[in-house]
Design a binder for this molecule. Structure first.
Ligand code: NI
Length: 392
């Protein structure tokens, strides 16, 4: 019998066509209607049962083997981004202002490829594979929504695997990491209120702009002075709004930002550390601060024992030299929400090709993937599921 990577290589052109179809027609989070229809059609053609899981977009498919056993979930995200594609290629996005700029078309194509591979081996599957095509990853909402709807129940999932493309390693390579792979993501909302007035007469105002300037500087010292230098942490502000005229001190300034951490204890401590700095500086400047800290996502954390187990199946697909190292990412991924509920491992699949100029980062209007990665991604997901069922 052929190995899964040998069979995936034979199917490569078919998986490329799937990817291109998805890439041409990207859809935004929770609006992935045509994508959902296409996935359902493809799974139905393979004889995979479509589960009515309770969402309008996104698909759950079940492939039951002939012998009973555990349930392995394989997850791909399916949504695009509000980015205008600037690549000039035959599979360029046909939807103005929308692009698969994070490569979720690649993930979806890899998972459909894995579905083809596993459906062909249904007779030797010792358990069930649950295919989870998740909507709305880009807005950190899809995984939570699917979990609320009970996606890991009925049948109960034992373990979950997923991958994200990485342009930082080459096609044919994979990054398997034990522990933290992607950062926890939190969102901050800060309003600083003062007393407005004449820009030339500041002593009769309470200036929120000067207060905010000091607060931003003060908050950066949390990372540099209060966090262990060996622990990754980022505090960034992405919006700041206040004032309408050059010579008028406004009543308030509003900011929104993002906080990234890996260590769960540090994530818990961050709101308190930030609030202390904000409240003290705001008070010293005769202003008042309203601070809201929203925890959005835990970090993507691969449990060491399960990550170690993945090594052998992945070596079957990528060869021993295919398992390489790259940096973890301060980006977030809502795959982490599944990992909070069941053991799960997330991988970085190499899609870069420096020789062909495929080096652009996620969310860039020139982002692309070396399509040679597709057979590897499909075979990797299929191999993890197949081997897990065989050995458990
Ligand atoms: Ni992504």
């Amino acid at each position: 019998m052929k190995t899964l990577i040998e069979r995936a290589t034979e199917l490569q052109q078919e998986i490329v066509e799937i990817r291109r179809k998805l890439h041409r027609d990207p859809e935004l989070s929770f609006k992935e209607y045509r994508t959902t229809d296409f996935i359902k059609q493809t799974l139905s053609r393979l004889g995979i049962e479509i589960v009515d899981w309770g969402g309008e977009t996104g698909v759950v498919g079940l492939l039951k083997g002939v012998t009973p056993g555990p349930v392995v979930a394989l997850r791909a995200d399916i949504d695009g981004l509000p980015v205008q594609e600037e690549n000039d290629c035959v599979y360029r996005s046909q939807n103005p202002g929308i692009m698969h700029a994070c490569g979720h078309d690649v993930h979806t194509a890899c998972l459909l490829g894995a579905a083809i591979l596993l459906a062909e081996r249904r007779d030797s599957l010792a358990g069930t594979v649950k295919f989870v095509f998740q909507p709305a990853e880009e807005i950190n909402a899809g995984a939570k929504f699917m979990l609320e709807k009970g996606v890991l129940e009925n049948p109960k999932v034992s373990v979950i695997f997923g991958l994200h493309n990485s342009p930082n390693i080459s096609s044919g390579q994979v990054f398997l990491k034990s522990g933290g792979l992607m950062a926890a993501v939190d969102t901050t909302f800060l309003t600083v209120k003062g007393v407005g007035g004449h820009g030339g007469i500041p002593h009769l105002t309470c200036d929120p702009i000067t207060a905010v300037a000091a607060i931003i500087q003060g908050l950066q010292t949390i990372v540099s002075r209060q966090v262990n230098p060996l622990e990754p942490a980022v505090i960034s502000f992405g919006t700041i709004h206040g004032g309408h005229a050059n010579n008028v001190i406004p009543e308030k300034v509003e900011l929104t930002g993002t906080v990234r951490t890996f260590n769960p204890d540090l994530q818990i401590q961050m709101p308190g550390k930030m609030r202390a700095v904000i409240d003290c500086i705001a008070a010293a400047m005769k202003t008042e601060a309203e601070f809201v800290y929203r925890k959005d996502l835990p970090s993507v954390f691969n449990p060491p024992e399960l990550a170690e187990w993945c090594r052998v199946p992945l070596e079957k697909v990528f060869g021993p030299k295919g398992l390489v190292s790259t940096a973890p990412s301060m980006g977030g991924e809502d795959f982490a929400c599944f990992q909070e509920k069941v053991p799960g491992v997330f991988l970085f699949l190499g899609v870069g090709n420096a020789g062909r100029g495929i080096i652009n980062q996620w969310h860039n209007p020139h982002f692309d993937a070396d399509e040679d990665c597709l057979r590897y991604g499909a075979a990797a997901l299929a191999q993890l599921a197949f081997d897990y069922l065989e050995q458990h």
